[in-house]
Structures are given as C-alpha cells and as structure tokens.
Ligand binder design. Structure first.
Ligand code: PLP
Length: 455
C-alpha cells in the first residue's frame, strides 16, 4: 500500500505540474515530464520517487556550498524572527555587514547595491553606468558593448546585453543601445593565428566598435570573466589586459558579470581575480547565497559612487528602488554562506576539483565526438563535434542523448551554447564546490562510461 500511494503521489504531482506550472526555458512535453525534486543533501538531489542524482550543475551553477546546510536555514530563520524586512531606502545590520564582507571578498573599495537576481544586478549596473557618465558631463554616453554568446539575464536590458539569438529573437525589439562583438573562442580561431594573437584581435574588435560608434557615445563594456552558459569560452590573459586598457583609454566603464564565476566557482574569490584586472562595476548573484534565498549585488567602485553624492540639482542620486533587494534574511544567510566558503576552504577546493575533473576529461580528446575540453576553476566545458577536422558542431540529438543517458545513470550535467547560431554543443559540469572526492569520481566514471559506451 505504501509503494502504491507513493506512485500515486508522484503521478498526481506530474499531473498537477502539467496543469498549473510554467517552467523556465524548457519546452512542454507530455511524454517527458519534469524531474520533481523532493530533498537534497551535499551534491545529491532525490526526486519524488526516491531516485538519487548527483547534481553536476549545482542547480543553475549556483548551489556553491552544496545542499542541506542547516546553518544557512538557521541564519535566515533567526533574522526573520529579529527583523524580517526593512527597505534599503534606509538600512539594517545584515545589509551593512554583508556589504563590508563583500568588500573583503573583492579586495578593493566598492559600494554595494542589493537586488534579487543576476538580471536585476545587471540592470542596476546599466543604469548606474549611464547616470554616472551623464553626471560627469558625458551626456551622449549611453551605449553598451557586450559579446556574442555571453548571457546576462532575462529582463529586457539584460537580455539586450545577452549575445545569444536563441533567447532573444522572439522578444525583439529589445532595449536599444547594446552592441555585440565576437568572443575570444580560441578553439575556433582562424588557421595560422596563435591563441595570443587571436585574443588580441578579439579585444581590438571592442576598440574598433568604440571608435566607429564614437567613444563619446559609449557608456560601458559588459562581460563575464569567462563566458559560461554560452559554452565555457576562456580568454587568454592578454585579452583581459587589453580590454581593461581599451576601456580606460576611451573613458568606457568595465562591468564584469560575476553571476556564475563569483564566490569561488573560478578557483578564486571572483573570476576577474584570475586575470588581475580591476573592474569599475562587478555584478553578482547565484553563489552569493548558494541560491538558498534570492539575493544579488552590484558593486561599484568607490569613486564612481562618489559622483552620485552630488545632490545639487536634486537628481544626483541613483533613482532606482527594489522592494525586496537586500532582504535582511537573505543578507544574513549570504554572510553565513561566505563564512562556510571561507571555513571549509571551498574556493581552494574548487580549483583542486576543477583540475581533477579537467585532467580526467582531457584524455577524452581522442574520442571522435570531443572537439575541445575547457576549464576555469570548477567549470568544465566539453565541446562536441560531428567532425573534428571541420569542427562542425555535433547534432543536438547527440548532445541531448548523452545528457539523457548520464541522467539515467544518476548524473545531471548541462548543455550550453546557442541553438539558433548552431552551437548548442558544449556539455557543462559545475558541481558544488563542497563535492567530495567520491562525488567527483562518480562524475568522472559515469560520464566516461556513457561517452565510451554507445557514443
Ligand atoms: N549573468 C550571468 C552570467 C548568468 O549566468 C545569469 C543566469 O544564469 C544571469 C546573469 C542572470 O541571473 P538571474 O537568472 O538570477 O537573473
């Protein structure tokens, strides 16, 4: 009877899900109902039928400290009892403490604006950049330059910055003023160019765009340190150095989107720390709370913030409000989350685990489907191709088939790229930073068995 009622519960949940719930970026499928998660612990999620899966993507690249952290629930609970809400038009202790802590993590002088999601953190960054330029007398600087294949969020401004046609074309026209250049996809560089030369050329495309548009019309460049969701595209050091130099030369702000790369995912506190650059604005979300509660932040260099202190015309301040942004419980939880990352040395662990995974997977380069294996901290991308010589992307059916087979063996992995542009062929791995050695071995063994089995 117990088994039967469990089956019934699961069937009923699927039925109600199909009746009432609209899923994120997933086609409706009667025959392939969604996995309904019930509980989770460490790197493992258990579905409503009791099946266990290793979450090789940390949800959506976000559960950095792993599932089941009672300390995080306690931190939020205590704060909800003490002060559940107060708007950040004024202030409260958890927001002040977290802003101070984020400065420590960033290692530089920033002022922090809180929102709830990565998209909102980027929207705030765009508005700050435009207003800053106006307030220093650069009235025409309203444009933004981003990269194709980058992702910056789903709201209209953040989607405008996104360089993936598949997510945009049904909703256009979007917000004006966003321009795109090609990313430094070294795997697909033209023959005869070294990685370094190619990366310098890609950076030069940003300067060319600034010059052609008229530098006095460009407010900022936005980029992830490494394009993650767009297919794990890792720049060479010279690219990041040159981009920073170009931005400074032309009075263009550099916004670094750390929504995925932040909070240890890259093997350093923030992705840009790997390149030694100093962004003007840093946006962050996901790993800030390990996704236990919604919270995001836009960190702005102190001297940029200073310009907003000018109230002489009564419009000098930032005219942007976010009801839930910086919720006290979310801030208290985020603080505890950062303490866990520190106490358990999870930033360093991300680097170690990333190297282990990348090392184990680099041997797969000989497989007929594997074009390239790339990594950045604990982010691994395996680019699948139909033909190694031409680098023609593997068929989507093959990519999906491998992912489905991994899932049937208890391993969740990701698929990234841009279907419309014909590149949805990068398998991604971003397990929790707290994954055990056994977890990582399970990922390696399962994935290798799948790829070397029927594919
Ligand atoms: N920026 C990057 C790099 C992301 O990967 C994402 C989400 O995946 C976002 C921004 C948007 O974050 P959110 O989904 O929290 O709005």
């Amino acid at each position: 009877i117990a088994v039967q009622s469990l089956e019934n519960e699961s069937e009923l949940a699927v039925k109600k899900d199909q009746q009432y719930l609209w899923h994120n970026i997933t086609p409706y499928s009667e025959s392939h109902p969604p996995m309904i998660a019930a509980t989770a612990n460490g790197s493992w999620v258990t579905d409503i039928d009791g099946n266990k899966f290793l979450d090789g993507m940390s949800g959506l690249w976000c559960v950095n400290v792993g599932y089941g952290r009672k300390e995080l629930a306690d931190a939020a609970y205590q704060q909800l009892l003490t002060l559940p809400y107060f708007p950040l038009t004024q202030s409260h202790r958890p927001a002040i403490a977290l802003a101070e802590k984020l400065n420590e993590w960033l290692g530089d002088d920033y002022v922090i604006f809180f929102s709830n999601s990565g998209s909102e953190a980027n929207e705030a960054a765009f508005k700050m950049a435009r207003q800053y330029q106006q307030q220093i007398g650069q009235h025409y600087r309203h444009k933004f330059i981003a990269r194709y294949r980058g992702y910056h969020g789903s709201s209209l401004g953040a989607l405008s910055a996104t360089g993936q046609a598949q997510r945009k074309y049904k909703y256009e026209p979007l917000t004006g003023g966003f321009l795109h250049v090609a990313p430094p996809d070294s795997y697909r560089r033209p023959d005869g160019l070294t990685v370094e030369t190619f990366n310098l050329q890609c950076a030069q495309a940003i300067e060319d765009t600034i010059v052609w548009e008229g530098a006095e019309t460009v407010a900022a460049v936005i980029m992830e340190p490494v394009i993650t969701g767009g297919g794990v595209i890792v720049p060479h050091q010279v690219y990041m150095d040159r981009v920073q130099e170009i931005c400074r030369k032309h009075g263009v702000l550099l916004i670094i989107d750390e929504v995925i790369c932040g909070f240890g995912r890259s093997g350093r506190n923030f992705g840009h720390h790997n390149f030694g650059i100093k962004p003007d604005i840093v946006t962050m979300a996901k790993g800030l709370t390990s996704a236990y509660l919604p919270l995001s932040a836009t960190a702005v260099r102190k001297d940029i913030y200073e310009v907003f202190k000018d109230n002489s015309d009564d419009y000098g301040y930032f005219r942007h409000v976010n009801t839930f942004g910086g919720n006290p419980a979310a801030c208290a939880l985020a603080l505890r989350n950062l303490e866990i990352l520190e106490q358990e040395h999870l930033v360093e662990r991300a680097e170690i685990l990333g190297q282990r995974l990348a090392g184990a997977f680099s041997g797969l380069r000989d497989h007929k489907l594997v074009g390239d294996v790339r990594s950045f901290g604990l982010v691994i991308g395996i680019e699948l191709v139909a033909d190694k010589a031409t680098k023609q992307p593997a068929d989507l059916a093959v990519v999906k088939g491998i992912i489905a087979e991994c899932k049937s063996k208890g391993l969740i992995i990701g698929k990234n790229g841009d279907t419309v542009a014909g590149f949805n062929n990068v398998l991604t791995f971003a397990p929790p930073l707290s994954s055990t050695d056994e977890d990582v071995q399970f990922i390696i063994d399962t994935f290798k068995a799948v790829l070397n089995g029927s594919w």
